[in-house]
Every structure is written in C-alpha cells, then in structure tokens.
Design a protein around this ligand. Structure first.
Ligand code: ADP
Ligand code: MG
Length: 218
C-alpha cells in the first residue's frame, strides 16, 4: 500500500475550547488510485491533506507512506519525504513570483534531485505552456498559473499527488480543460492522486470517492 492512514486525529484550539476537526481517519491509497475527497467547507479536507503531505502534524494516529511512518518524523524528516515522494497542488497555485515559468516547473524536481530538461519540456508542452516558459507568474492567467503548478508537481515525479481544490480559482471551462490534462498526465505517471473537489463531475472521473463529515470519512 502506498499510503495508509490510521486513526488520525487532529484538533485546533478554538474560542470555546478544542475543535475536533479529524476524529479518527482511516484510509488507504494504492499506487494508481485516484481519490476524490469531498466534504462541506470547514469539514477538515485541507487539514487532512496537510497532515498527509507532512506540512503539519497530527495529535495521534499514524500516516505511513511507502512503509515509512511519517507522523513520527521531525520537520526535516517530513520535508525530505515531501520532496521525494509527494507533490502538492494548491488552490492558490503558490508559484514563486521571482522565477520564470520554466524555473518554477524545475523547482520541485531540482529539490527532489530528479530534474531533467526533456521531461520538464514535455510536461510544459502537454499542458500548453510552451509559449510561456520565459514569462513570470504575474504575466499569466489563472488557468496558466495552475498549469504551471501542476507541471511543477509532476516534474518532481512524486508517487503521491495531493491537490486541494485545484480548480477552485478557475472558471468552469478552464477548470475542466486543466483537470482533463492533469488526470491524463497523472494516469501516465501511474502516481496516486488525492484531490479535494467540490465538483461532482470531477469526482465522477476519479476511481474512488470519500466524503468527510463530522471528522470521519465515509
Ligand atoms: P476544509 O478544507 O474542509 O474547508 P479545513 O481543514 O481548512 O476545512 O478546516 C477545518 C476546521 O479547522 C475549520 O473549522 C477551520 O476553521 C479549522 N482550522 C483549520 N486550520 C486551523 C488552524 N491553523 N488553527 C485553528 N483552526 C483551524
Ligand atoms: Mg480547504
């Protein structure tokens, strides 16, 4: 199993005491799985993705990626796993403003030590970015920025891709174009994908669907 999440719990302190956001999450994701994660706003979807991606730590429970328990690692250890095995695509794109498109695409791959120019160029082509490689993020449309964020994540050849409402900032037509390209590329790489989405149409294209409600998955 690529990813196993076991009895994962996370609470935040709120004005009226602790808020139990995740109350015992169990999930398994195999290589090649594509999983849609749905749930109301505030149900904890981003929290769960951040824990799996090692951006934050749980209160209890375990997250095992490739047989390695990431929940027990320190910040540096989790950062290492994130670089090597996980690609994260955020709703806000999170591109590096001072780097041009090609350098943004290369960024994660270089950190992971797997950068190759041919692969990066092919990804840029597949995502329709060939004419934008020397531009900077602020010279791109939202759809183009999201394509760069997708290329950047995929160029690092992650085994697990986490996408948090990746089309939330795009109009409907652009969103479905970008997602079709992304799903095709993910299928080519054989990576697993866990994607938060509000779109039933998009969720319908994934191999599995999970719904987060009151801190539990169903
Ligand atoms: P979703 O992504 O499903 O909309 P989130 O995971 O962002 O939900 O948030 C789940 C709940 O946890 C919300 O009530 C939110 O206000 C709270 N929350 C998220 N992050 C923090 C934080 N860093 N500190 C305190 N509360 C937080
Ligand atoms: Mg969220």
């Amino acid at each position: 199993m690529l990813l196993t999440v076991n009895a994962l719990k996370k609470s935040y302190s709120g004005a009226e005491g602790p808020v139990d956001v995740l109350r015992g999450i169990d999930m398994q994701v195999a290589t090649g799985d594509t999983l849609a994660l749905t749930g109301e706003s505030g149900s904890g979807k981003s929290t769960l993705l951040h824990l799996i991606g090692g951006l934050d730590t749980a209160d209890s429970g375990s997250i095992t990626l490739n047989g390695q328990e990431i929940s027990s690692l320190d910040d540096a250890g989790r950062a290492m796993i994130r670089r090597k095995s996980v690609g994260i695509i955020f709703q806000q794109f999170n591109l590096i403003p001072s780097l041009d498109v090609m350098a943004n695409i290369a960024f994660q791959a270089r950190l992971a030590g797997v950068y190759d120019l041919t692969g990066a160029t092919e990804l840029a082509d597949a995502l329709g970015l060939s004419a934008q490689l020397k531009k900077f993020p602020d010279q791109l449309s939202g759809g183009q920025q999201q394509r760069v964020a997708i290329a950047r994540a995929l160029a690092a050849k992650p085994q697990l891709i986490l996408a948090d409402e990746p089309t939330g900032n795009l109009d409907e037509t652009t969103a479905s174009e970008v997602m079709a390209q992304m799903l095709a590329l993910v299928a080519q790489t054989g990576a697993a994908l866990v994607m938060v989405t509000h779109s039933p149409q998009l969720a319908g294209q994934m191999s599995r669907r999970l719904h987060l409600r009151q801190g539990l998955l169903a």
